[in-house]
Structures are given as C-alpha cells and as structure tokens.
Design a binder for this molecule. Sequence first.
Ligand code: AVJ
Length: 308
Amino acid sequence: MPFDPTPEFMSIICDLNRNPARIDPKYFYDDHGSALFEQITRLPEYYLTRTELTILDKYGSQINHVIGQGVSLIELGAGNCEKSRALCKHIRPVHFVAIDVAEEFVSEGVRRMESLHPRLVCHAVAADLAKPIELPAGIPSSKRIVFYPGSSIGNFDPKSSRALLERCHALLGAEDWLLLGVDLVKDPEILEAAYNDKKGVTAQFNKNVLIHINRLIGSDFDPDQWRHVAFYNAVDSRMEMHLEAKSDTVVSWPSGKRKFHMGEGIHTENSYKFTLKTLKDRLRQAGFQHTNVWMDEHQWYALTLSRA
Ligand code: AVJ
C-alpha cells in the first residue's frame, strides 16, 4: 500500500526530528489527557484554576456591570467549560460558543451548560486555535465577549500569542470585549511546584502525550522510558516541560525512526508567565484599547477585561 502521510503526520514527524525534538502541547488533550488535566486543576500545588475561579467569583458582578446585557459568550480552550459555568453565575449571555481541540470533552461541557441554562443557545466547536477562528452561523456580530481563561495563552510564544490575540480582536466589534486569564511571574519555587506535583499527575499528563502520538502516527514510544522534567526558565519567563530519555532508545514510526541518547529531551510545553506590563503591551499591540485588571490577594494571577 502506498504511504500517504497527512499534514498532521508530517508536522509531528518534522517536530520529532528537530534538535531538540518537540511535540506541540495541543497533543496533550486526547480524552485521557483532558481528564488528567482536569485532575491537575484540582491539585493543591496547581493554584492557577482555583485562583482564577476565586477572582471570577469575587469580581463577576463588576464584569457583568461593565459588559451589560444580551451578550454572546465565546470561550476559547473551553475544555469542560467550568470557567464559563462560573462566569454565568454573574453574567446572563444569550449565546454560548465553546471552542476546544478536545471534541468529546467540549461537547460534554456544553451539554452541562445547556442543562444548567435551558434558555442559553449553546454550540460546541472542535478547532485548533492556531488556525483562523470560525464561529457557528447565527452568532450575532455585536455584543460579543471572547473569554480565554486558564492562562492557556501561555502555551503560545510571544509572536504566536500576539497573532492569536489579533485573531480574537478580528472576531470583535468596537463595543465588544476580551476577558483573558493569565498566570503571573512569581517565585520560581511556587511555579515549579505547580508543574511537579507530589502525586505525579503532571508527570502522567506529560507522558500521556506519547501514547496519543503513538495513536496518531503509529510510533512505538514507551512512556516508561521517559522522565518528566519541568522547570522555570527565567530568561524567557516561562515554565518548560520536557520528557527525558531514561536510557538510549530508538523510536520508530512508519517511514522513519529516531535515536535518543540517555538524557536527551523532547520539549513538550512552554507555559509563559506574564507581568502586567508585558500583558498590557501585548494586548495593545493586538489592537485592544483599555484594559481592566483584577487579581487575587497574592497577585499570582490576573483576569483582564479589554475593550476591542
Ligand atoms: C492549560 C496550558 C494553562 O500551562 O499551566 C498544566 C497546562 N501543563 N500542567 C498550563 C499544564 C502542565 C496548562 N495550560
């Protein structure tokens, strides 16, 4: 049978053949990976989700006051839609669109949203945020609020995150809003603990990407051959996750293979951390005018509301 690789196959192989090798973090989120991430969000060390929900609850009524009635809520990287459910305790949108790479997961999240708010018109969209964002037909073109929670923007390098914010801006009219949640630069010990939890759930999440890749390209990664490594890179203000080969190992896939030496790594994730200044500059560059900022008491996390 002739071998006809898909563009996805080609891009995964290309990344595996780089030096150092890398895997796009979007591949963390198969169904098992999405469930592991949900577990991460409940870990004591992983303060991000909990802190964001606290800020949302505390300032939700202010957000409601600023954005007004009859909005369409568009959540990016929605996952289980937990953040929008929390937001909807305070705001009353008419339409809800949840966009995520994990199809099953986001459909389930939208079903829960529908059962909580029977009059809310809900849509689930499976899409890669690195590509142009397409909304379902019937979403009004005004009074939109794009909600990008969880510091997921941190997965994109500065250039790509600016491009993503520009794509968000393009979805919005002059009267519309972007509600963005980001993790802030802080003591590296706190950051590193959040990505090296005691129970090892983050390690499992990191290694699970290999099982997903095996399924996508027919490779033979053995997750037990790899060690989870996560550290703060202060020069680039980002947490990095890598998988390090425990011994010399060869990984094969249809049409190729690669040798990894003991200790050689695959870079699986960057998670950029922001200062209020870098964040506001990035938003301004992408076309957003004025930004409101709310933070938790430790100033570990920021929720920002920007006018398009
Ligand atoms: C979903 C990208 C925000 O970077 O903190 C959690 C993913 N990686 N633990 C993050 C993640 C390791 C998470 N984001």
